[in-house]
Design a protein around this ligand. Structure first.
Ligand code: TMP
Length: 200
């Protein structure tokens, strides 16, 4: 039996990393993240995020995110799933659709095609969208932040709207979770969603 791939998605500082770690511990799953989980990916992450002033066209940014994903799937995700182990990813295809497709206005369909190429067609079994109020996210976000965090409020609003639209259009693969609660309460909602949708 192959493992299940579960992705946490959301805007900046939504509490994804904390929840991904808790869920991976509960499931005995491989915990991973994008971008940057492989050696090549760490270099790509540093290129895309570390230099706020680096000139990078939206298409170049989308291709770099896709390259990170291709390596991540080949090296980490597919081998784990094939050996029957579940994988919990802190961001996956949904982030490219929301950030590059909607935030950078490249279009969701084109960016999805790029991700499909990158993953060889592998998709997540379930996406958990953690939503937090903008005030809570702002309070948690480091300032001035990385190249993408440093984008203006309109960009980040487009990203959040993009996530919401994705979750609304693909209810079979997305669950929206209210992240404006205690860590334990959010974790309980995550566990309930995983049991309900995937039976694990
Ligand atoms: P994080 O690991 O701290 O969440 O930061 C990753 C940043 O990269 C965040 O700003 C979202 C962004 N990102 C994209 O723009 N597209 C993607 O496909 C992924 C995976 C992340």
């Amino acid at each position: 039996m192959t493992g299940r791939l579960i992705a946490f998605e959301g805007g900046e500082a939504a509490g994804k990393s904390t929840q991904a770690k808790l869920l991976a511990e509960r499931l005995g799953a491989v915990l991973t993240f994008e971008p940057g989980a492989t050696d090549a990916g760490a270099r790509i992450r540093s290129l895309v995020l570390d230099s706020p002033d680096l000139a990078l066209s939206p298409r170049a940014e989308a291709l770099l995110m896709a390259a990170d994903r291709a390596q991540h799937v080949a090296e980490v995700i597919r081998p784990a799933l094939r050996s029957g182990v579940h994988v919990v990813a802190d961001r996956f295809i949904g982030s490219s659709l929301a950030y590059q497709g909607v935030g950078r206005r490249l279009g969701v369909e084109d960016v999805l095609a790029l991700s499909r190429f990158a993953t060889g067609g592998l998709q997540s079994d379930l996406n958990l969208l953690l939503e937090v109020s903008q005030d809570a996210a702002r309070a948690r976000r480091p300032s001035p932040g990385d190249r993408i965090e440093a984008e203006d409020a309109e960009f980040h609003q487009r990203v959040l709207d993009g996530f919401r639209a994705l979750a609304g259009h693909h209810r079979d693969r997305w669950v929206v979770i209210d992240g404006d609660r205690s860590v334990d309460e959010v974790a309980e909602a995550v566990n309930a969603a995983i049991r309900d949708r995937l039976g694990v």
